[in-house]
Structure formats: C-alpha cells, structure tokens
Design a binder for this molecule. Structure first.
Ligand code: ADP
Length: 503
C-alpha cells in the first residue's frame, strides 16, 4: 500500500485553513493516510467564500477494497479484545476528541458553513459525548441463560457482525459518523466509513485522532462520490452490515444492494417533523423552542427540523409575529465568527433546491413569505451561500413545502382548531422521524404523543439527538435505531445460542 508521510499536527490547532490543506488528498486506511489509488482528488469548498480549501481523495472500488480488506483483517484480533477493554479504548478516544473540540468545530464550520458557536463546536462536543457513552457500554454485551432442560446448559452470546460499512451525509457528519462508529467498535466490529463529498475533512481528522489509540485497521475512512465509492462499499462481500444516513432515494438503493447480499441494514432517512403548538403553551418558551426546533442556526439542514408548525388559532398571528421577530434578531455571517448565529447553506446545489421551494411557495396564491434576518454585508462573504430564512403562512398540507423535506431555513406555519384535526394533519406525511408538542395540558399532550406517527416525540422541548435515547424513524424515515444501548445490541451484534448437553 502507498504510504505517504502526512503533515497533520498531533496537537490541536486553531488554524483550520492550514489543517484543511494538511488533510488534503488522502483516505485513512490500515492506520495510515493514503492517497486514492487512481491519484484523483476533488475540491472541498468553503461555502462562506466559495474558495477551495482542500482537495479530498476521490475514492473508487480499489480504495474501498483496500479499506475493507484491512478492516476484515484487523477485526479478527479486535473481536478477541475483551469487551470492556474495547470500551475503555473508545472512551480514551472520546477524551482525545475532547481536547480537539475547538479545532474540529472550526474545521466543520469551514467545510459545511455551519456557525462555529451555535452549531459546529456544539457538534464536536456531542461527538465526544457519544464516544464516551458507548465506551461505557462494553460490559452490556451480555447474553442470557435459557431454561431449556435441567441437564442442558443453554446460553446466548452476543457476537460482532464483522466489517461495518457506514455511509454518512454532510449536515452533521461528525455526529452521524460517531453514532455508527462508536457502537460498532465497542461491539467488536471494524468499520469503513464513506464520508460525504461536501464534508470529508473533520471526520478524517477524528479518524486520525482515534487511530492514535485504536489498533490499525479497526477504523478506516474513505472519501468519494456515492455511486463510485459508496456503492462498492455497500456491495463489498466482506462488509457484513451497512449503516446509512441520507436521503430516502439513496436509502432505498442502499437497502436493495444490502438485500442482494442478505446483510442487515440500518437506515436513517429524511423527516418532515411537525411542531404542534397549543394556545395554553408557555408562549415565550415555545417561540424560542420553535427557533431551536427549526434548527435555524443550521440553516434548517436537519432531518428533525420543525419544517411544518401547527399553531392553535387564538395565538396564531401573535406566534407568527413573535417568531419572525426572534429570527430577525439572529445574526447571519461568517461561520467562523463567534458573533454569528446562522452560517451558510452547504453547497450551491442545495441552495438552488431551497430557492426553488421558496419561489414555489411565494408564487402560491394566498401564501405569504415572511423573509427574516439580514444578509451579511461583509464583502469577503459576497460569494457565500447565504440565504434568508423564510416563514410561510397561507400554505396547507397539499403544498410541496409542507410535504417534502426542504433541508433549508424554510418553515410553514398553519393554524388549527382542534386536537383531532391537527393530529390527522401531522400524521398526513410520508415521513415519521420526530415531532414536538407544546402545551401545559399534559393529558392532551400525552394522548397525542401516543398517536403521533414518529420515532421520537418531545413535549415542551425539541432537543437534537442525545446519547442514550433511541433515535430512528418510522414510515419513509428509516429502519432501525441509533444512539442507544439497544442500537448497539440490536444493530451491531448477532445473538448466538450455545447448548451443552451434560446428561
Ligand atoms: P444528501 O442529499 O444528503 O447528499 P444522499 O443520500 O445523496 O443525501 O447522500 C448521503 C450519502 O450517501 C453520501 O455520503 C453519498 O455520497 C452517499 N451515496 C450517494 N449515492 C450512493 C449510492 N448509490 N450508494 C451508496 N452511497 C451513496
């Protein structure tokens, strides 16, 4: 295998531009930085300026094959490391990541355009938290004894699946990678991650940091495009589990390819999460909850964004006005500036998609587009992929803006008159990832929580994914759970039954 010395610093650095350059042109395979076998690279662009900040290795099936073969070899020894020891090593990785939180925050802000203070540094901290959580779960990889017959000892044991292929998107790449890698490793699997083409750098740096602690080959990372690099990973015969986060369309392609090999697959796909606001809610808290729920600080690029909000009619006008005022007060600007609340959209393609939805909503008869906040004025940002958040009123459930995942700072607020009607509207969706209810009547709230078709329902809060809470959707939002003990046991191990006849 090619083996280049690589100029990344061991110590955390605040210079994300230099670090991006140092991370250029390589995968991480078998404990080493290696370029793509083809020698090809592609541009990593800072969406706040349009400038190229790095080149990423453009992986294809040859690179994937090298990564999977390394992972398969390393997994044999890794599976024999006692589970608690594996957990301790993953825990040590969490501690190492913590020392790099600021650096990783800067790097992810640079490649995704997410604001450092409100989003990117927060993500880096949650990543450390996720590795810490799973690192403590080694001793939970337990089996059971089964009462089969008095003279037959019958037990189950949890065994790793082998090599896990993990495919991640660009919106929260470090966290979504961690939700896959941490449980997979603690359970005794090895991993090959295919990073998202828009955001390959911060995950690569985490892979390097963790490889200072883990045995080589246990955690590998390749970058590249979906069909050329992701598809061969899913199809590779030695990949025995596939875990994917991304769009519904690609999720179906991945599930079909995994089905060809009959390997299990976890899918975390899109969402169109309803937020239901009753007139008896704590008004101020709910308005500020709507800002967090809609993930405006991430320009709405979240599968749990509250992109359809239903507000009980008596407080509808006041709610829309106060929410607009609150979004107006958010500062859009350079993602690396600590004063910035809202950064950019990740890519030009994504920006065009969002603009098309806004144009369609604006052109719909009866609709009003409440355009919020202000574009940055700094000339250095004039090529940045900024867009003003838009709150729509006057659209209903028949609109594409209410039915489809926009992945942008666009939400639609509709009035409602009674719980049954709003429940039907909320459930009238292809998706079922998350939902939130805002009311002081917990009897009504709990009743609706039980009847909402969603994997996660929160009342009077709408937090992002948290370690220890099962996360995953129903309907087109996906298959399987992440982030919890159950996720590790059910999705990264299989249960073997062993029987000993002692008669
Ligand atoms: P998004 O719209 O968020 O980019 P995608 O589902 O297209 O969502 O991409 C999510 C991830 O899936 C990315 O890492 C992408 O490269 C990868 N991907 C895209 N197409 C395929 C494919 N055919 N097989 C495997 N992975 C793919």
């Amino acid at each position: 295998m090619l083996d280049l010395p690589h100029p990344t610093p061991d110590a955390p650095t605040a210079d994300c531009f230099a670090l991006a350059k140092a991370l250029s042109g390589v995968h991480f395979i078998g404990g080493r930085y290696v370029p793509a076998r083809s020698g090809k690279t592609f541009a990593v662009v800072n969406p706040a300026t349009g400038a190229e900040v790095a080149r990423a290795a453009e992986g294809d099936s040859a690179d994937v094959d090298a990564a999977v073969l390394n992972a398969a070899e390393a997994q044999k020894a890794w599976a024999k490391v006692p589970a608690r020891k594996r957990g301790a090593l993953v825990h040590a990785c969490a501690a190492a990541i913590r020392t790099h939180v600021d650096e990783l925050g800067r790097l992810i802000a640079l490649e995704t355009g997410k604001a450092l203070r409100t989003e990117s540094r927060v993500e880096a901290n949650v990543v450390a938290d996720v590795f810490e959580f799973f690192g403590g779960l080694g001793s939970e990889l337990k089996g059971e004894s089964v009462p089969f017959a008095p003279n037959v000892l019958s037990v189950t044991v949890r065994e790793p699946l082998g090599v896990v292929g993990a495919i991640i998107p660009w919106n929260v790449p470090m966290l979504l990678m961690a939700l896959k890698v941490a449980p997979a490793l603690v359970a005794g699997n090895s991993v090959v991650v295919k990073s998202a083409e828009e955001a390959p750098l911060a995950v690569l740096r985490i892979c390097e940091i963790m490889n200072r602690i883990l045995p080589p080959g246990v955690f590998n990372m390749v970058s590249g495009f979906g069909p050329e690099c992701g598809a061969p990973l899913v199809a590779h015969p030695k990949v025995r589990k596939v875990t994917f986060t991304g769009s519904v369309e690609t999720g179906k392609i991945v599930a079909k390819a995994a089905a060809e090999k009959l390997v299990p697959v976890t899918l975390e796909l899109g969402g169109k999460s309803p937020m239901i606001v009753f007139a008896d809610c704590d008004f101020e808290k709910t308005v500020s909850g709507a800002l967090t729920s809609m993930r405006f600080t991430r320009q709405g690029q979240s599968c749990t964004a509250a992109s359809r909000i239903y507000v009980e009619r008596p407080i509808f006008d006041r709610f829309v006005a106060e929410m607009k005022k609150a979004v107006d007060a958010m500062v859009m600007g350079d993602p690396l500036d600590e004063k910035t609340d809202i950064g950019t959209i990740v890519s030009e393609g994504q920006l065009e998609k969002v603009r098309a939805y806004i144009a369609e909503g604006t052109a719909t008869p009866g609709a009003t587009a409440h355009v919020c906040s202000a574009m940055p004025t700094d000339p250095a940002l004039k090529k940045g992929l900024f867009i003003q958040p838009v709150i729509f009123t006057g659209l209903d459930n028949s609109s594409r803006l209410v039915r489809e995942e926009i992945f942008g700072p666009v939400t639609v607020i509709q009035p409602f008159d009674d719980p049954e009607t709003v429940l039907a509207q909320a459930n009238d969706s292809e998706y079922g990832l998350a939902a939130s209810l805002w009311t002081n009547n917990l009897k009504v709230g709990l009743d609706l929580a039980h009847r909402l078709e969603a994997g996660l329902v929160q009342i009077n809060q709408n937090l992002v994914v948290q370690a220890n809470l099962s996360y995953g959707g129903v309907k087109s939002s996906g298959l399987g759970k992440e982030a919890s003990l159950e996720a590790m046991l059910e999705h990264f191990t299989h249960k073997k039954t062993i029987m000993v006849n002692m008669a």
